[in-house]
Design a protein around this ligand. Sequence first.
Ligand SMILES: [Zn+2]
Length: 318
Amino acid sequence: MTQSQAAPDTLYEATGRDDIVLPFQIDPYGVRGRLIRLGTVAETVIGRHGYPDAVGAMLGETMALAACLAGSLKYEGVFTLQTTSDGPIKTLMADITSGGAIRAYANFNADAVADLTPSDVAARSVPRLMGGGYIAFTVDQGDDTDRYQGIVQLEGHTLSECTHAYFRNSEQLDAGILLACQKGKDGWRAGALMLQRLPYQRDLPGNPTEEDYDDGWHTAMTLLSSGTAVELLDQDLSPDRLLYRLFHGEGVRAYPAQAVSATCRCSSGRVERVLKSLSDEELRDLKQDDPDVSVTCEFCKTVYRYDEDQLAELRNAD
Ligand SMILES: [Zn+2]
């Protein structure tokens, strides 16, 4: 893999400043990281649902978190992050393919969300916005492979804090994360910055001792926590310049950025396979009093509609 010094404004012209996952490394302390910037993608996904700001902000953070965590795994398939909780926001769901196609939706109680105070919303308070529940992480690599699943209770004031609880309980992952999402003049923007510690090795560049290595990690984590939501979301601060600003003293190196797109995976083929597999009774429930069947994708709001003739043809086909 080609590597280059994360000097300001030189690297990402081809990929752009937004809608990217930018992997980086801090030598010599074996710290790996990823910076996520979602601009048009956040606006496309959140904007199409027309959610209240409290829900949009939490969904944007969920998307940025999904992109961040997916980047720490080696997989070919779909990474899904889903929260389930008993407060005003019931579900936050985001998934991302290994090719960078991301989509998301939320379920919530509109009256309860409308009753939230501006300060709870501004604080992105998990106890107030979401209540008690859990976050589930799933990797689906296709029908013939195992689904990996991790679950963590929603214990923390923010989604970042809840994720730290997951990292603490996970033996493989010593990590820290910063999340942000905000609606600005050009629409929704979301961002994430994650650091992940690699195991100590004797032959690292610069030959650090184990103690140096620990110190380097703690320094990097302190620098991470000095990053702000404003910096994470600032359109005028390029991703490489942000990395340089935070970590230049530690020797940060960036890898080529990967693009992320707001792409749904629903299709008429998938919908038709489901309609074909339903029992007559299930199909009646779906139709209710309407002779036609319409199926709306929860992620992208596309409506798939079939009249009686089309349904009969579909269900009688081999
Ligand atoms: Zn869809």
